[in-house]
Design a protein around this ligand. Sequence first.
Ligand SMILES: [Zn+2]
Length: 324
Amino acid sequence: MIGQEQGTTMPVTRSSTSGSGVVGIDIGGTKIAALLVSSEGTVLARGSVGAPAAQGGAAMADAAAGLAASLAAEAGVPLGAAGVGAAGVIDHETGTIRAASATFVGWAGFPLAEELEARLGVPVRVENDVNAFLLGEAAAAGREDRDVLGVMLGTGVGGALLIDGELHHGPHGAAGEIGHTPGYSELVCTCGQVGHLETLASGTSIAMRYQERTGDIVRDARVVADRARAGDVQAIAVFDAAGRALALACASAATILDLPCAIVGGGVTSAWDLLEPAITRTLHTDSPVSGIPLRIVPAVLGSDAVALGAIETARRALVPAGAH
Ligand SMILES: [Zn+2]
């Protein structure tokens, strides 16, 4: 885990769960991570376990619930609610997984919120992990924007939209998928279509684009970043292309939706120093015609963002209503 230490606080609304904790669970394909916070937002406990993604939804729910319960026991507080940020297309109203990649066996159709509620005995809300990431980042200390594009540069490129302080899901839960917008290259995307942002800006793509230019097989984008910092012009060019495509995509979204800010997270942002020159250049040449300055900034919560956003989701959905 990076970034946060115990005792970190996040600005969250007061809740009626005084004395109990809210757990945020980040369910990924290889790892399940969780944070337990007090009603004041203080982090009381944290932990992670391997994700049994190949063993089906029930095994994943068992692992997530076990982790949450162990954190509550460690902190000595009862659980009041749980929020989840999970990979896949999520029905956020019911907390059921609508669709997921093939690495998640038995995940599509799994009623995750219902299954976790049965195991934990508390209300559970489930969000898509990129949506949770954006909610967490937008609520981080010092952030004031209520209209924000979130972009996650990881194995793929995910996106999310915050409009007037609330996540915008769209009628099919598919809003914000900026990684699969076209026009950035002539390359085939992981989705099968051509030219999507993801073909230049994901960690996987950065490694592949470098390999195509040089013939060198590299482990991942971090290797390309190291070479760029050492002056490798091909590596620099790959990050330059990624930064330019990212900024163009953000500028398009900002122009359509009047968004003053884009927050960019995911593993690739560890190379922000290499993305930033092209981002800055592109914002000069292709800024929104509204004249409203667009800020494209890196995420600040590190690997805690999804869990913190999941906690925010749970608080917003469950605590004020009290009638669920
Ligand atoms: Zn695509």
